[in-house]
Design a protein around this ligand. Structure first.
Ligand code: FES
Length: 111
């Protein structure tokens, strides 16, 4: 996968209450707008197959719509059960109102 910054959204397309799904190559990612910053995680829950972008944002937590587990969008760490494994997170930046992600920089939380 590329290690370059990839433009994925205009900042004003994002909603503060709901994650926004994006596809980058084969990857499904979710963008989360919290307190003016954008975080990017995998869009696929680590518990079972569900799209986090169908869930809700509560502060820095994204709630999975299937069983109600959650993750910290800053680190990908599982916060609420039944989730225990983290989801991948990706570096983001905002330039001139456009959101970029760096897919080659994915990492997993350790908790
Ligand atoms: S699939 Fe996400 S909590 Fe179960």
């Amino acid at each position: 996968m590329s290690d370059q910054w990839i433009g994925v959204a205009a900042l004003d397309e994002l909603d503060a209450d709901y994650p926004s799904p994006r596809r980058v190559g084969d990857l499904q990612i979710a963008l989360h707008l919290v307190a003016g910053a954008v975080y990017a995680t995998s869009d696929i829950c680590s518990h079972a197959y569900a799209h986090l972008s169908d869930g809700l944002l509560e502060g820095y937590e994204v709630l999975c719509p299937l069983h109600g587990g959650s993750f910290d969008v800053r680190t990908g760490a599982a916060v609420r059960a039944p989730c225990t494994a983290p989801v991948a997170v990706y570096a983001t930046k905002i330039e001139s109102g456009r959101v970029y992600v760096r897919i080659g920089d994915d990492r997993h939380a350790t908790s």
